[in-house]
Design a protein around this ligand. Structure first.
Ligand code: 13P
Length: 250
């Protein structure tokens, strides 16, 4: 079933105390909502977040996984470790992972396959860089990012996937894709999935938008018919802003 989602990617921010305070604010103030709310603190705080949110309808999500099941990979975190602390969803393919840690499509496909084998849900991020948009190749880039990864999956795997369109030029820059620019890519992606898989898979898939979403622009973006919510960076670090963004998706 297609869901409305607002997910906060906290990236490498917040101490333990700040994490707990932010979670407490959300617990007290998110209230009843049809939106699926998710937060993604850093690895050291996942277990605390899961414990704090035990009776609350806010899901805790990992920001990354390693592409191996276990073993001698110093500094890395496995899918089984995440499950053992109660985390059942992970981001894969965030543009910061692609840019700073050289994660290419081949590695991302390995991560996707391992996450699915481990029965984790995935929020798969994709999106073009500024140069791609300037050269009008954004559709081709997006298509190739998907072709090399999620398009290789079998039909039943799509139940475990949410897609997040995050144009790199709009992340943390204050420059948001216009609601029409987001809708255009989301519609293109949904149609492509319809063509390659089925109407049901395309229609059931949540495709969320990320890149400088704020309380002031969230309503307009979320109102677009193929935008099912947002993956929020900076604004998710402020509980008031994050809650306003959740409300914008009601
Ligand atoms: P900003 O909302 O800070 O632009 O970050 C978006 C993002 O990268 C979420 O994953």
């Amino acid at each position: 079933m297609r869901k409305k989602i607002v997910a906060g990617n906290w990236k490498m921010n917040n101490s333990l105390n700040e994490t707990i305070n932010l979670i407490n604010d959300l617990k007290q103030n998110v209230g009843r909502t049809d939106v699926k709310v998710m937060i993604s603190p850093s690895f050291p705080f996942l277990k605390t977040a899961v414990d704090q949110l035990k009776d609350v309808n806010i899901e805790v999500v990992a920001q990354n996984i390693n592409d191996n099941k276990s073993g001698a990979y110093t500094g890395e975190v496995s899918t089984d470790m995440l499950k053992s602390v109660g985390v059942y969803t992970t981001l894969i393919g965030h543009s910061e992972r692609r840019a700073y840690y050289h994660e290419n499509d081949e590695l991302l496909l390995k991560k996707i396959n391992l996450a699915l084998e481990s029965n984790l849900n995935i929020i798969f991020c994709f999106g073009e860089e500024l140069k791609d948009r300037k050269s009008n190749s954004h559709f081709d880039i997006v298509k190739s990012q998907l072709d090399n990864t999620v398009m290789k999956l079998d039909a039943k795997s799509w139940q475990k996937i949410v897609l997040a369109y995050e144009p790199v030029w709009a992340i943390g820059t204050g420059e948001t894709a216009s609601a029409d620019q987001a809708q255009e890519i989301h519609e293109f992606v949904r149609n492509y999935i319809l063509e390659k898989f089925s109407h049901k898979i395309a229609n059931d898939l949540s495709i969320i938008y990320g890149g400088s979403v704020k309380p002031s622009n969230a309503v307009e973006i979320f109102n677009k018919k193929d935008v099912d919510g947002g993956l929020i960076g900076g604004a998710a670090l402020n509980s008031n802003d994050f809650i306003q963004i959740i409300k914008a998706n009601n």
